[in-house]
Design a protein around this ligand. Sequence first.
Ligand SMILES: Cc1cc2nc3c(=O)[nH]c(=O)nc-3n(C[C@H](O)[C@H](O)[C@H](O)COP(=O)(O)OP(=O)(O)OC[C@H]3O[C@@H](n4cnc5c(N)ncnc54)[C@H](O)[C@@H]3O)c2cc1C
Length: 474
Amino acid sequence: MISTKESYLDRLSKKRVNLYINGERIENFMEHPNIKPIIDSIGLTYELANKDEYKDLMVAHSQFIDEPINRFLHIYTEKDDLIKRLKLARLMSSKLSTCNYRCVGCDILNALYATTYDMDESLSTNYHERLKNYIKYVQSNDLSVSGALTDVKGDRSKKPHQQDDMYLKLVEKRDDGIVVRGAKICQSGALVVDETVVMPTIALKEEGRAYAVSFAIESGNENVIYVLQNNPYEAKKRETPDWESGNPYGDRGTFLVIFNDVFVPWDRVFMCEEYQFAGLLVSNFSNIHRYVGSGCKAGFVDAIVGASKLMAEYNGTEKASHVVDKIVDSIKGIEACYACGLAAGYESVQTKSGVWLPDTLYANISKVLGLPALNKAIVNLADIAGGICVTCPSKRDLENPEIGKYIEHYLGGKEGVPTESRLKLVKFVEYWVSGPHLGGAIHGGGSPVTPDIFIKRSVNVDEKKKLVKELLGL
Ligand SMILES: Cc1cc2nc3c(=O)[nH]c(=O)nc-3n(C[C@H](O)[C@H](O)[C@H](O)COP(=O)(O)OP(=O)(O)OC[C@H]3O[C@@H](n4cnc5c(N)ncnc54)[C@H](O)[C@@H]3O)c2cc1C
């Protein structure tokens, strides 16, 4: 079913969540300046699904409930689903200039779909059917789903079982379900969704079986606590008026999510102690998420390139050859990343479960290309904007009855461009230059060393050596 932003808001407003922001417990979270932008971002995923011009990307047909559904809930049983998923990521990021908060959940559902099939086949469990029922449930109700895998980890040199609950773990198995304890960090969107699917963050061995858990929870579980990250942009959003913080959709709402002995009924459990399959689940997820990440970064750079051009026009530098070259430079880098993502989609492989997974090599290389491409585009934007991109006075200075006239006069740009428009754009540039997205590009989908591991595994270098030996008769 395709529902509306209004029904999403209605469901959300009925939730009671344990939320803490900047040391305070928040009761009415819907209108909170740090939370509302996240709600609006997710809201856009509902709004666009109802607009004819976006339906091709936003809406898919469910093979499970035989109805149109939001593509963020779709299982990719056709290769084309995967390609459209990439284009959807680009569309959303270009419109929001931040996270849409539904990618990780969608990617975990697809990774689970492939993995539970293999798990059942090998261990005679029945997780795949259970997952399908859960997928039917979220699709039939058009629920928003976020995804949680990153554990707090503690001492990185120690394995999960060597440090109690620094990785989320199973603490009790009951007739009616399981009880879990631990904490997940950097969780995009977390409480502002209907549901969150949870999975392990690393491959596990037998001694780590208690950490091999995957399940779904509804937002509003009484034993789950959410703590909002508090980067400078979140503080700014609370303290300053509208356009001061750059992006109306906020920066990147992520949370520390504490699972304080949370009960999960069996029909929501998709892995419980099957440590042998944790690694496969993680690699299936990483494949999809790095692939989708190339579309996400391409969308961000679409906005950055747009801001670069507009800033140049406002400053009167749009005809300078180096400015034009810098914009082309930003486009070159990101389109190489996106093309690599597309290649991963076109070279995708169908798993036994029927779901298509992107080609591992290209998906991981797209992650490798994405970071310098986004970085370069931000540097080019800052260059074009000038030093004001990190030194701009406040909107309140512009509004001040004593000094407003000076700000209006001295911070104006090209004739005909209102100073307020220029400063509004400058704050958007500032958001990219000093905001959280570069950190997101570094660590989102795994720290930079992780794609290298997959790339090493997926290329047979000895085959290439053989080629040269054959060629030279060695
Ligand atoms: C903006 C943003 C949004 C995010 N959204 C989500 C989300 O929605 N859901 C989600 O689950 N996660 C999310 N993440 C988390 C992201 O996946 C992680 O940040 C990433 O996997 C890195 O994990 P970490 O932050 O614990 O860093 P670490 O794993 O601690 O990495 C830091 C450094 O330590 C190195 N390192 C780590 N462990 C070892 C070791 N054992 N041996 C040697 N070196 C090691 C790494 O290679 C890296 O260089 C998000 C992150 C960001 C920044």
